[in-house]
Write a protein that binds this ligand. Structure first.
Ligand code: GAP
Length: 515
């Protein structure tokens, strides 16, 4: 068994070695928390985006997409509250001169208590064997119950202090818990201060007339300011949604954990406009719907959980995260927020334009309420990649590295391999590539022995290898090898397209969540 830290290191080096993710501008030593996607990464990212877009936009008659600009009028961010309230609490260690997010230090402390719980559970499971009942154990064992209570108390107090902007109490909590700088071990902390996360830039040629702008910290505001444009031109009736995917930028204090927390990243967001008073039902609806989308990918039901927020963002009346079990523990993957009418009302006030909906059935105008689903594309990428990477012990005492990506998301769907580079086999293999590439991303590979080529495709995450051999010349059949089971079957060349489609088609996967 390899530990979580080693597993995470393996994910990062695998991502680089196989053309998924590179550090940005690496020849200049890279740029902190900025990454580039390589030839396989871009395909995986596009496939995740397409899977989301299909489920959220194309499968819903009442949801449409837009693509708003990254630059927005600066008043947008005053209205949205980001200029005044989009802050993280930071704290510096006076000895190491390192800067941390105060809330993350406290959360990491709680995560350590959680790992103690995991250890207790593992010990008890070993002791009791088949008779072990985890549910009963974690609710009755005094030590575990005590740990849970402690986590709860800490997080509640932190939520309360942050909510009230009582930064002195956040520092007091860090001191009471005796949290030390993870790098130096020092407990010599500065006061906690607020730090705005938006990146500023300038628009215009001359210094005098240049306008101060921000790079958008979320895509959502591009949807709010276009609410009436879309509603009117699309004759949309409430309830309806507007979705978009695109870049967002945050000057994260502590950007770390690879592509989990980046300074430039991509979001996939949907704002669902509803009648005021119906937000509770819609909150539940979108929680269920989004979880089903995640589960449809088959990455393990036990790897997801909801985390309801204690501390609500300035715009929300309810909020939950869908957390995923990353190699460094359960962390937020997607946020679902009931944003009330906060944003539209603010934009009405700051722009002086009405942003209301006339409800013909009720014969009245109102500012709609909004239910938001917001997922980081890069974070989803990390969830998929880290979950897929497996080292398997084989029967012949060798190991293989395999990327068990959900086939619908895999960058390359099939590799076509001539057994040898002669006797007309490459020509047949290339013809198969020509036929299949209209529908699937496929590659041709003739280098090295076929066993090595299989291993290479396993590590690349390619679900199928198709081998052309001498029998193909006689009967137009090929061997199809399945990545996950290594099972091999003989099939007719004519059947390949249908066979692959049955395994990689979005429809087949999305039907599991019946969107
Ligand atoms: N419009 C709401 C919003 O932006 P958020 O919880 O701040 O809410 C939504 O962000 C999602 O965006 C998160 O659940 C996460 O997946 C992703 N995200 C946020 N900050 C990120 C960062 N620095 N790097 C990568 N992904 C990030």
């Amino acid at each position: 068994m390899i530990n979580q830290e080693d597993q995470f290191k393996k994910v990062i080096s695998h991502a680089k070695e196989y053309g998924y993710v590179f550090p940005s501008s690496e020849i200049y030593e890279g740029l902190s928390a900025v990454y580039d996607y390589g030839q396989n990464g871009v395909e995986l990212k596009n496939n995740i985006r397409a899977y989301w877009w299909k489920a959220m936009v194309q499968m819903h008659d009442n949801i449409v997409g837009i693509d708003a600009a990254i630059f927005m009028h600066p008043t947008t961010w005053k209205a949205s509250g980001h200029v005044d309230a989009f802050n993280d609490p930071l704290i510096d260690n006076k000895d190491s001169k390192k800067r941390y997010r105060a809330d993350v230090l406290i959360e990491d402390y709680c995560a350590k208590i959680e790992s103690k719980i995991d250890k207790e559970v593992a010990k008890a499971a070993k002791r009791f064997g088949d008779a072990f009942n985890k549910e009963e154990f974690v609710t009755t064992n005094p030590r575990v119950v005590g740990y849970y209570q402690k986590i709860d108390e800490i997080l509640k107090r932190m939520g309360k202090s942050l909510g009230a902007n009582d930064l002195a109490d956040v520092k007091a909590l860090i001191e009471e818990l005796q949290i030390a700088d993870p790098l130096s071990g020092s407990r010599n902390w500065t006061d906690v201060k607020q730090f705005n996360l938006m990146f500023g830039t300038k628009l215009g040629a001359s210094a005098d007339s240049a306008m101060d702008l921000y790079l958008r910290p979320e895509t959502a505001q591009g949807i709010f300011v276009n609410f009436l444009n879309v509603q009117k031109t699309g004759r949309m009736k409430i309830p309806f949604g507007i979705a978009q995917t695109g870049k967002a930028f945050r000057n994260e204090i502590v950007a770390r954990q690879f592509i989990f927390r980046m300074r430039e990243f991509e979001q996939m967001e949907m704002q669902f406009f509803i009648k005021p008073g119906t937000q509770k039902e819609w909150f539940k609806h979108w929680k269920d719907t989004r979880l089903k989308w995640h589960l449809s990918l088959g990455m393990g039901d036990e790897n997801y959980r909801f985390h309801d927020h204690e501390k609500l963002a300035h715009y929300a009346d309810a909020a939950t995260d869908i957390e995923f079990k990353f190699p460094f523990g359960f962390k937020e993957l997607e946020g679902i927020h009931s944003r009330t009418d906060f944003d539209l009302k603010q934009h009405e006030e700051f722009s002086g334009k009405k942003l209301q909906y006339f409800d013909h059935e009720e014969n009245e105008s109102y500012v709609p309420y909004v239910l938001e689903t917001s997922i980081g594309l890069d974070r989803m990428f990390l969830a998929v990649l880290s979950n897929a990477l497996v080292e398997e012990e084989l029967e012949n005492n060798t190991t293989r590295t395999v990327l068990k990506l959900p086939a619908v998301l895999a960058p390359t769907k099939a590799a076509i391999l001539p057994l040898v580079k002669k006797d007309g086999l490459p020509e047949i293999a290339k013809k198969i590539v020509e036929d299949l590439k209209w529908d699937f991303n496929v590659v041709y590979d003739e280098k090295d022995a076929v066993g090595r080529r299989y291993r290479r495709q396993d590590a690349n995450g390619t679900p199928f290898c198709i081998t052309v051999d001498h029998d193909t010349l006689d009967d137009q059949t090929v061997t199809i090898r399945y990545r996950d089971t290594m099972e091999q079957k003989r099939v007719k060349i004519d059947e390949l397209s249908q066979l692959i489609k049955a395994e990689v088609d979005e429809k087949v996967w999305l039907e599991k969540c019946s969107v």
